[in-house]
Write a protein that binds this ligand. Sequence first.
Ligand code: NZQ
Ligand code: ZN
Length: 393
Amino acid sequence: MVNFNYYAPTQVVFGRGAEDNLPCLINKYGGTKVLVHYGGKSAIKSGLLQKVEDMLSGAGIAYVKLGGVVPNPRLSLVHEGIELCRKEGVDFILAIGGGSVIDSSKAIGYGVGYDGDVWDVYTRKYEPQSCLPIGTILTIPAAGSEMSDSSVITNDNGDIKIGFSSNLCRCKFAIMDPTRTFTLPAWQTACGVTDMMMHTMERYFSKEDDMEITDALAEGLIRTCMTEGTKALKEPENYEARANIMWAGSLAHNDLTGCGTIGDWATHHIEHELSGMFDISHGAGLAAVWGSWARYAREENMPRFARFAKNVMGIDITGMTDLEAAEAGIQAMERYFESIGMPTNIHDLLGKEVSDAEIEKMADIASHGDTHTLGALKVLKKADIIAIYNMAK
Ligand code: NZQ
Ligand code: ZN
């Protein structure tokens, strides 16, 4: 087991009616002027936004609002948020939504304390020294941003999507009421389940083989996502299914399943170029490329892929070679993705062919012009990334 430093400081308040704790939590974490940040329409339609406004007003907590965060959140709205926070003297951000709203909040939080363009944080030109405190009411379990140290922002000028990680931006609290996720469309539910499974698999497919406790947690987590995901798609108002998925989404990305392993993350980087260029859903993009990545990288630790086939996909691998077992496991996961409506290649993802020029551009950005590599299980150069995009075509 490799050394690790586990840090998961977010207070989680979970269950029916959890949002009633909002004013106490904002007071606890020192918010006196709040930016209420949200997405397109779901928080308005469900009445959640109004309820939050009523609770804040009732508790005498001042606030301003900024809606309009889109999936693959844009830098332009982040700039608007920074200006608003400065003008209004905001000292706390409340993100109502999912990964996109939380990530936009994190970027705003970094930007308020920096005189330059906050994009410098994402391009690594500037290391942020502070972030406004953030709390969230999570409405879609998927990205795990409610407990992660990451945020991923798309620069509208060039459609480049870049992530940045720092403990500074970790949410102070995350309010999670599974009933708030009953309204999720099937597509978003499936994308979310895929993303959380992938957050676990990125850490699971490691060269390390001696972290039994972490493996057991990871395998249980992925199996739970699969069974409860299928259930939630059939019965969108099944509380237990929604609750299991919601908690799984946080556990999948608060690094619990990364303790003692070395995460790979190549599939995520390869996907981020797709969602940056084509504005597609992150979870669907992951499903479209994972099988190709797995077939390309598996030779680096074939027994681990065989173990995945047995312990996660429930395949009887007796008498199979490691390669046969690995392939059976990968195929079974692809069939699962298809069963929940996810694409397993780029053509099905985009509804059109991806061109060689587009692949070249994505691989070039992902590898910083072939000066950086991706992955840890198998280290990928630009040519390897191109090969994976081609396999996934
Ligand atoms: O805008 P509204 O109307 O709210 O609609 C949203 C949005 O269209 C809808 N939605 C949310 N809650 C709903 C709902 N619809 C009905 N009922 C509800 N209760 O769902 C759509 C997707 O929301 P979004 O926040 O984009 O989804 P997700 O949580 O999957 O976030 C995706 C973003 O997170 C990034 C992704 O790259 C992508 O940009 N990621 C962030 C990570 C992190 N910060 O740690 C890690 C991830 O790997 C990921 O990269
Ligand atoms: Zn993800």
